[in-house]
Structure formats: structure tokens, C-alpha cells
Design a protein around this ligand. Structure first.
Ligand code: HEM
Length: 447
């Protein structure tokens, strides 16, 4: 589908067949991202892994990210211990809230947990522990929200003045200034300690790309479990059966949890945290009978529509983990009907890290607590509307729940998460059978 988004012709890719053409057959030709002034401002002149054009510099940056920050053997054991230690701390925190009947803000807890795991694994430090660090991480979340607004503004240049009047421009300038001051110190410290080629760009990518997407996957997962008690029960039974009363879930336990794996696949399919991502043609391409001229249009991969394509999926609007039980389809970039992490040369380098953290946290939340809606609320009353990361509710592009056909139906770009408060009760059952409740709420950032 070709849309004219303001002054930018935009080719929206919404089927598995077309996504395979872009991400596999013509992967090299489509391995750039469109150049946007907003990206230049947030990502250091588009010199980071996410936005830099394909080429030697991109290869070097991606290799640093993959091998030094995400994949090396030393890093892998650091990741495992960070995920296990930080998750255990959070489970204890939820338990204490249950015992004292205190409410918990699960959205906030998950976001901080993922930030801590990411920073500890990649940089060896938890930045949420200092005032300066917390301010910096808040700035990262704020810049995500602004990114969405500013990109839309950029498609409609005659409306660009709005960002000057509504304060978006000046807020972004402030965040970028504070962020750079903080990063100067962090980079100096890291160079002194390990000699790692850590740059501001790599740092920002790691935090910006990974935290909200992973946290919102878990939020959606918990929401779907509440709406599907049969799935929740099956998952409880599997995890509790395998754990047999042991306290700490370790990697070898997770390997045995086959139902957990299909539930997570279904969450990625039904609620892809990055519902749209961008590519751009570096050279003229003839694809499926159409000529796509180099650098002339934005290519928008509509992951949400692809993951819900009725040609590829039976009853795509239903949350049904069982669909994966006898199927080899996975989200690792080889099956073009399921591409939450993209595919090809520019596939997400955080895939393994994100999948491992999500599996571990999700398994712990289900294992350690019973979950229910408080006050007799019914699961069907939950608001399942998704929202883009903006400050104002209901603003921007909305997902309609159907396959997008027009511009206003296109799902929100970048990151999606539940729209409104969604209270749950975490229930801690003591050995003597007494039940302790803590009300857990999910709140979107900025709401
Ligand atoms: C649930 C979690 C995540 C999801 C759903 C996700 C999704 C994506 C998607 C769709 C892309 C575009 C891929 C393409 O163009 O083919 C991407 C790129 C990227 N992601 Fe992730 N991501 C996640 C977590 C992470 C984490 C944890 C990190 C880093 C630690 C990360 C770092 C990146 C980077 C650097 C890129 C750009 C790669 C390139 O252009 O070569 N992501 N991600």
C-alpha cells in the first residue's frame, strides 16, 4: 500500500510475502533507514547503529554491540546473573507489598527492572541507584515519547512550527543536553575501567531500543493471562510442576518450559512491541512488479498487520498460544509472518538478550504469585486499546484491532503498550494457606 504521509511517499508492507521480498530477497537494497531530522537530533546526527546508513561504520558499531555488549562469553554469564539477581530483588519487593497490602505499579517496576538488567549486563552499573542516573533514564523515556510526535511533525513540514509552540522542541533540547552531560561521565568511567569502545550512540541505542519494548511485552503478557484463565492455569501447572517447590528459576528450568515458550511467541505475535519499523531503498529495486526508486520513499514494515495477516494465521485476532505447539514458526527472523525483531542484515541485535530476560521475568511473575482482577472485575472489562508513546491519551495514530487499510488505521509507530490503568491483584499464598493481596496497576508512561 502506498500512502502519502505529508510530503513523504510511504510504502506500507503488510504481508508476509512482501516482508520476505524486502527483508530477504532484496535485503541489501533495503538495508538503510530513512534520514529524518528528528533521528539526527536524538541519535547524534544518525551515527548510531539504529539509524546510521548501511556500510563499514554500521558494521563496526553493530559488531561492538553484538560481541562486546550482548554476546561475548563473559557478557553472557553477566547477563544471566544480572537477570537472575535483579528479578529476584523485584519478586521480593512484590512479595513485601503483598504482605503489607500495598499497591504496586507494575509498569514502573518492570521498566526499572529491565533498565537495571540492561545497564548491569552491558555496562556493569545500575543507573537507577543515583539521582543523576534516574534523571537520565527518565530523559530516555521522555525522548521516546517526543520522537513519535516529532517524526509525525517532520512528515508535515508546514506544521513543524507546532513543535516550537507546544514545547516539544525545547524539551528535546533540554533532554539531549542533560543526557550528553551524564554520558560524558559514564563514557569516561567505562573507558577507564574496561577499555570498551563504548560510545554515547551505543549507550543510547541499548537503552532506548530495549527497555520499553521488553517491559511492554511482559505487561501485555500478564494482561492476556488475566483474560485467558485457561492459559494462565496451564502455564502455572507447567512452571510449578517443573520447579517442584524450588525457589530460583534457572536457565535449565526455562529450557524445559515448552508452554511458556509458545505463550511468549503468541505475545510477540499478538502485541508486537515495535509495530512499525522503517527501511529505505539504497538503490532502485523492482519488487513484485513495482519499481521502487532509491531514497525516494519511506518503507514502513507493518509488523502488526503482518503478524495478523489472515492469509498466514488462522483466527489472527485471537490470543491462542496453542497455534505454536505443533509449528516450527519462531520470531528469530526466518519466518516472515512473525517478525517482531525484524529480519535480515538489520535484524535486532538485542533479540537473544530481550527474549532471555522476558522469559525469566515472566516465568517468575507467574510462578511466585497468583494473579487476579480485584473487586470482582471481569476480564472482558479490561481496556485492550493500545497507545503510542505520547503524553496525551488518545492522541496520534490508533490501532483499530483490524488489519490497517487507511492511514488513520495504521498502528502506532515505535512502541506500543496498554492504554490505560489496568489493576491486577498479585496474590501471595503462604504455606498456611493465608492469601495476601497487593493491587498492581499498569500505567503507561506519561499517563
Ligand atoms: C522485545 C524487545 C525488542 C523488540 C521487539 C525489538 C525490535 C526491533 C526491531 C523491529 C528492529 C528493526 C529491525 C529491522 O530493521 O529489521 C530493531 C532494531 C534494533 N534493536 Fe531491537 N528490539 C527489542 C530489544 C532490543 C534490545 C534489548 C536492544 C539492545 C540491547 C535492541 C537494540 C536494537 C538495535 C541497536 C537495532 C538496530 C539494528 C540495526 O539497524 O542494524 N533491541 N529492534
Amino acid at each position: 500500500m502506498l500512502l502519502q504521509l505529508g510530503c513523504r511517499p510511504t510504502l506500507v508492507v503488510s504481508s508476509a510475502e512482501a516482508s520476505k521480498e524486502i527483508l530477504k530477497t532484496h535485503d541489501l537494497s533495503f538495508s538503510d533507514r530513512p534520514s529524518l531530522t528528528t533521528f539526527d537530533r536524538v541519535f547524534y546526527g544518525s551515527k548510531d547503529v539504529i539509524t546510521i546508513p548501511y556500510g563499514t561504520e554500521w558494521k563496526n558499531l553493530k559488531s561492538i554491540m553484538l560481541h562486546k555488549l550482548m554476546n561475548g562469553r563473559r557478557v553472557r554469564s553477566l547477563i544471566t546473573s544480572s537477570v537472575e539477581d535483579e528479578t529476584a530483588l523485584v519478586m521480593e519487593k512484590i512479595k513485601q507489598c503483598c504482605l503489607c497490602s500495598l499497591p504496586i505499579n507494575l509498569s514502573e517496576i518492570l521498566m526499572v527492572l529491565i533498565q537495571d538488567i540492561t545497564c548491569k549486563s552491558a555496562f556493569g552499573v545500575k543507573y537507577t541507584e543515583s539521582e543523576k542516573g534516574r534523571k537520565f533514564l527518565k530523559g530516555i523515556s521522555e525522548s521516546l515519547e517526543l520522537l513519535f510526535k516529532l517524526v509525525i511533525g517532520e512528515s508535515l513540514p508546514w506544521l513543524a512550527w507546532i513543535n516550537k509552540v507546544n514545547g516539544c522542541d525545547s524539551t528535546l533540547n533540554r533532554i539531549v543536553k542533560e543526557r550528553d552531560e551524564f554520558l560524558d561521565d559514564v563514557i569516561k568511567e567505562n573507558l577507564d575501567k574496561s577499555g570498551t569502545m563504548l560510545t554515547g550512540e551505543t549507550f543510547i541505542d541499548t537503552l532506548l531500543a530495549g527497555t520499553l519494548s521488553s517491559a511492554s511485552t511482559i505487561e501485555w503478557g500478564m494482561t492476556e493471562l488475566i483474560r485467558h484463565p485457561d492459559v494462565m492455569k496451564k502455564l502455572h501447572d507447567e512452571i510449578r510442576g517443573i520447579m517442584n517447590g524450588r525457589k530460583c528459576i534457572i536457565d535449565s528450568d526455562l529450557e524445559k518450559m515448552q508452554y511458556l515458550k509458545v505463550v511468549i511467541k503468541e505475545i510477540f505475535r499478538h502485541h508486537p512491541p515495535v509495530p512499525l519499523f522503517f527501511r529505505e531503498a539504497r538503490e532502485d529495486v523492482n519488487m513484485m512488479g513495482y519499481n521502487i526508486p532509491a531514497r525516494a520513499s519511506i518503507i514502513l514494515l507493518n509488523t502488526y498487520a503482518i503478524n495478523h495477516d489472515p492469509v498466514a494465521w488462522d483466527e489472527p485476532e485471537l490470543f491462542k498460544p496453542e497455534r505454536f505447539l505443533n509449528s516450527s514458526v519462531d520470531f528469530k527472523g526466518f519466518n516472515f509472518e512473525l517478525i517482531p525483531f525484524g529480519s535480515g542484515r538489520r535484524i535486532c541485535p538485542g533479540l537473544a538478550f530481550a527474549a532471555a530476560s522476558i522469559e525469566h521475568i515472566f516465568a517468575n511473575l507467574v510462578y511466585k504469585f497468583d494473579w487476579a482482577l480485584p473487586g470482582g472485575a471481569k476480564p472482558e472489562e479490561l481496556d485492550m486499546t493500545e497507545k503510542p508513546e505520547t503524553k496525551t491519551e488518545g492522541e496520534g495514530l490508533r490501532r483499530s484491532g483490524q488489519r490497517p487499510t487507511t492511514a488513520s488505521d495504521v498502528p502506532p509507530p515505535f512502541w506500543s503498550r496498554p492504554k490505560r490503568r489496568r489493576p491486577f491483584a498479585a496474590i501471595l499464598v503462604r504455606p498456611d494457606g493465608r492469601r495476601h493481596f497487593a493491587i498492581a496497576v499498569f500505567v503507561g508512561i506519561g499517563t
